[in-house]
Design a binder for this molecule. Structure first.
Ligand code: PHE
Length: 337
């Protein structure tokens, strides 16, 4: 091949590339600069070019190659998919989507993330509990109705399916010294008849913060972390309301409402026209509970709270019937994908 033939070939290749697109462009890339393409073949055949012409010829071929590559690039066909894969086999492949996270798992995971930003870690406890942890140490009097056989699943005299995640408070305090800052998500059981808003097996997230009197924990602290949680979980604009209540293991005790995120407090079907949705019980840990776990009530302060996970999932995702959360109907579950 002579220099002038080379120039003719170059002009032709650039003309072809100038009007090519898509697959044609790729075919031209292979034809001219691919591994077995025309230009590499010419470069290989350079040894047959007379010695004195070789430098000029070499320069011309390299210029041709560069111009073809630039022209391919300019038309969007410059990348070489197989060459890229050859170049980096450590790149991750495309994973096929396997499923979606259940709304309850999602709320639990998100809650753990939110509270971890406030210094809380996750504690765990068994679903099969004894009477002391589930009732007695939580200052529940011996004949309290919640202990009744019609309310609690008992297995003999001293074994039951926990009715709340609060026994994890007791376990955590017995095993650690303050400061303690934990949340405990888990399953709970009550002998409730199932309907749109009740289930015999549901989930709670317990929270417990206990510190020494040098850093006295207050009700104001409780309110501020719940307000933070509400915002992070439900979005900006959600506010928190405390209503006086009674729990044997907290004093004072409150029920916690979030302002309805659907109607922004104006009143709608979700909040039953009240503008508020009840989501948790909470309060300052009762001194008697501290005594049960061998803490000196004069030395420590603490707050505790317990959320219903189903409650939060239902209002967050607009789920009208609690049973949908347990039926494993893919038409329902896939909507969260
Ligand atoms: N355990 C209570 C319930 O199940 C909720 C709660 C937790 C209240 C912690 C106060 C403190 O209703």
């Amino acid at each position: 091949m002579t220099l002038s033939e080379l120039e003719i070939g170059k002009a032709k290749s650039l003309e072809e590339i100038a009007v090519a697109e898509g697959a044609t462009l790729e075919a031209l890339r292979v034809k001219y600069v691919g591994r077995n393409g025309l230009i590499p073949a010419i470069i290989k055949g350079m040894k047959d070019v007379p010695k004195d012409e070789r430098p000029a010829f070499g320069k011309a071929v390299q210029a041709w190659k560069a111009e073809v590559e630039a022209a391919l690039e300019a038309r969007g066909g410059g990348s070489q998919p197989e060459a890229q894969v050859d170049a980096d086999l450590t790149l991750p492949s495309n994973w096929r989507k396997l499923g979606v996270e259940h709304p309850l798992s999602r709320v639990i995971k998100e809650s753990a993330q939110i509270f971890s930003r406030l210094g809380f870690t996750v504690a765990d406890g068994p679903e099969l509990e004894n009477k002391f942890n589930n009732f007695t140490a939580l200052n529940t009097p011996p004949h309290h109705p919640s202990m009744d056989r019609s309310d609690t699943f008992w297995f003999g005299e001293d074994c039951l399916l926990r009715t709340q995640t609060s026994p994890v408070q007791i376990r955590t305090m017995m095993a650690n010294k303050p400061p303690i800052r934990v949340i405990c998500p888990g399953r709970t059981y009550r002998r409730d008849t199932t309907d749109a808003t009740h289930s015999a097996n549901f989930h709670q997230i317990e929270g417990l913060y206990v510190d020494t009197k040098e850093k006295p924990v207050s009700l104001a602290d409780l309110k501020s972390i719940l307000a933070y949680f509400a915002k992070e979980m439900m979005g900006d604009g959600v506010t928190v309301r405390f209503r006086p209540h009674f729990f044997p293991f907290t004093e004072p005790s409150v029920e916690v409402d979030f302002s309805c995120h659907v109607c922004k407090g104006k009143g709608c079907n979700v909040c039953k026209q009240s503008g508020w949705i009840e989501v948790a019980g909470a309060g300052m840990v009762d001194p008697r509970v501290f005594k049960f776990v061998d803490y000196n009530p004069e030395e420590v302060y603490g707050y505790a709270f317990g959320f219903g996970v189903e409650r939060i999932a239902m209002i967050k995702y607009g789920i009208p019937d609690i049973r949908w959360l347990y039926e494993n109907d893919l038409r329902f579950l896939n909507q969260l994908g």
